[in-house]
Design a protein around this ligand. Sequence first.
Ligand SMILES: Cc1cc2nc3c(=O)[nH]c(=O)nc-3n(C[C@H](O)[C@H](O)[C@H](O)COP(=O)(O)O)c2cc1C
Length: 307
Amino acid sequence: MSGATVDSRVTLAGIELRNPVLTASGTFGYGTEFAPFLDLRRIGGFVAKSLTLKPRTGNPPPRIAEAPSAMLNAISLENVGVEAFVGEKLPALPDDVVVIASVFGTEIMEYAEVCKQLTGVPRVAGLEVNASCPHVKSGGIEFGQDPRVLADLVRSVRRATDLPLLVKLSPNVTSIAEMARVCEGEGADGLSLINAVQALEVDVETRRPVLQNGLGGLSGPAIRPIALRMVWQAARAVDIPICGIGGISDAADAVKFLLCGATAIQVGTANYLNPMAAGEIADGIASYCEDHGVGRVADLVGALESF
Ligand SMILES: Cc1cc2nc3c(=O)[nH]c(=O)nc-3n(C[C@H](O)[C@H](O)[C@H](O)COP(=O)(O)O)c2cc1C
């Protein structure tokens, strides 16, 4: 079935999306790179590569590697910086594409300043604060692993912007419910989870890590059941909406996240295998609904049978 009769619209942290499918930060460039393959108006929107105050180069290669049903990366937040994003990248996008800017900093002041500079920029619908990069030497994962530091971060960025504010959480924690509650308590409008899982792969010939950086982040289908478990736990812990991320490769994967309580989802590593994946997943969710007598995609959210 085509899914044409289904109402696919959802509202995530106050951001109205034509359907629940976004592309994940760092896996979809600045949007225009994918334009030859996918009409961005087919998806709910996209989350841009994490931005820092100044342009930043990433780690030296090798910085990506294959793993079973997954990939490892240690790109380390290479980006054009907030000024070039606003001045050059945003204007290149079609007008009616929902853009969520991802924010990173090596200290809380930097996060807050990037949020300030993005606030009031007409094309930016919301912010996603990356509190969870698993392979930078300072910042990132540290902010997402200690509940007190996370609280300080969310409080500061909340003061810096009145845009819808999502906080992207790390899976590398003992209690995702605790971290979710911290963000809700400090005024986050929503949560995105999960970022990549901290990981290590070794070359037995060189006896060195395969990545120049040593540690990296694992993403792709191998992490999906971990992500699903964490989304389910976070959704039970807080009332703010959740954007589910982790190994989503097809519409059935996406529906699982919606059932576990995600209001929307993001497609990451799958974009590399198939640059049309996000569009196909959006269409596939609507078809699933039509085939199962569900009139509105929003009705799937949290509809998992209790167990
Ligand atoms: C190459 C690469 C670069 C990434 N860069 C970022 C980034 O800049 N900011 C961020 O929040 N997440 C980044 N991520 C994490 C993804 O957004 C996503 O959370 C993670 O890959 C899990 O989803 P997936 O399994 O669908 O890829 C990156 C992931 C990959 C594979």
